[in-house]
Design a protein around this ligand. Structure first.
Ligand code: PLP
Length: 346
């Protein structure tokens, strides 16, 4: 991709900062499969501390992190309750089925946010017909619902009531630092009730690769074996963890900028005739907009934008998704809006 292109396809496209590259160059490393990489060990301990959990596990991807957490919280043949548009269900090659041997029990929502009322109706005890519920998964922020943020009371209620029923809760917190910025709370407070959290060091936090799982020590110890089984034993991974430490300590502080840019995009999009934005005011860094009124498909608009050096992916024929991140400036967003106008207005 030429450097001058404005890439709003995802926050996964962020490149490591100069500080990260220097830290990677300088990183102290060892064999992490032997537990001997000091930088990975530091990252795992620090992530656990930041989230108020006993232990952390560095994994190459968020998909592997979710896969490991779900495996740790369930037994073969159980169900996992999650929102119908969840990443776990739709974008992870059915790893819940493939690795944990569990079926997902999806709940349809408008905004990606589950409530205890909805969850409770889907909880099953083991019987002659039904498989029992192994765990509940919540996605915060919710990607496909447009970066929506769980109200804290809902997380706390889901966790309290699930625990009272003997069921554990996993948070897919790929973007939980965006949720924390929007809610004005620290991740420790947001995640106090959940048993395990996966969060991405790449994406909005800018590391070149890597995600974390945090949770109880016994569970993370087991997770480490599943990571090896999945091919995630990475040896001198300290070069990646060094960037991850900077992601963890510094990058959350600037996420408000991305949220302001997403709001600028949303406002600009709403002003373009026949484009609709849902939710109208994005809470974080994801803007989902409908283009069916324009007479063009998402794919056609995406292709027209690309010819102008702007990258925005369609979700389907009628919907598109733009994601802000630290490699796009406010000016880039203004330019992207100009390009969008000329792409949709004949
Ligand atoms: C990106 C993402 C993940 C993990 O993705 P990887 O590409 O495997 O790192 C998980 N959940 C959500 C909500 C995501 O957006």
């Amino acid at each position: 991709m030429p450097e001058s292109w404005i890439d709003l396809r995802s926050d996964t496209v962020t490149k490591p900062t100069p500080e990260m590259r220097q830290a990677m160059f300088d990183a102290e490393v060892g064999d992490d499969v032997y537990g001997e990489d000091p930088t990975v060990n530091r990252l795992e301990a620090r992530a656990a501390e930041v989230f108020g959990k006993e232990a952390g596990l560095f994994v190459p991807t968020g998909t592997m992190g979710n896969t490991i957490a779900i495996k740790c919280l369930t037994q073969h043949g159980q169900e996992v309750i999650c929102d119908a548009r969840g990443h776990l269900l739709n974008y992870e090659l059915s790893m819940t089925a493939w690795f944990a041997g569990c079926l997902i029990r999806p709940i349809h929502t408008d905004d990606g946010i589950l409530t205890w009322d909805r969850i409770e109706k889907e909880i099953r005890p083991l019987g002659p017909h039904a498989a029992d519920t192994g765990c509940i998964e919540i996605e915060n922020t919710h990607n496909m619902a447009g970066g929506t943020v769980y109200p804290q009371e809902l997380i706390d209620e889901i966790c309290d009531k699930a625990h009272a029923r003997g069921i554990q809760v996993h948070m897919d917190g790929a973007r939980v630092f965006n949720a924390a910025t929007a809610a004005g709370r620290c991740v420790k407070e947001i995640c106090a009730g959940v048993d395990t959290v996966m969060f991405c060091l790449s994406k909005a936090l800018g590391a070149p690769a890597g995600s974390m799982v945090v949770g109880p020590k016994a569970l993370i110890d087991r997770g480490r074996l599943y990571r090896k089984r999945l091919g995630g034993g990475m040896r001198q991974a300290g070069v990646l963890a060094a960037a991850g430490l900077i992601s963890l300590e510094k990058m959350p502080l600037r996420l408000g900028e991305d949220h302001a840019n997403a709001q600028l995009l949303a406002e600009g999009l709403k002003a373009i005739p026949r484009i609709t934005v849902t939710p109208e005011k994005p809470a974080t860094n994801i803007v989902i907009f409908g283009v069916s009124g324009t007479g063009k498909t998402g794919g056609e608009i995406s292709a027209a934008l690309k010819r102008m050096g702007v990258l925005i992916n369609p979700i389907n024929a009628s919907t598109m998704r733009a994601v802000t991140h630290y490699d796009v400036t406010r000016k880039d967003c203004e330019n992207a809006l100009e390009a969008l106008k000329s792409a949709v207005i004949p």
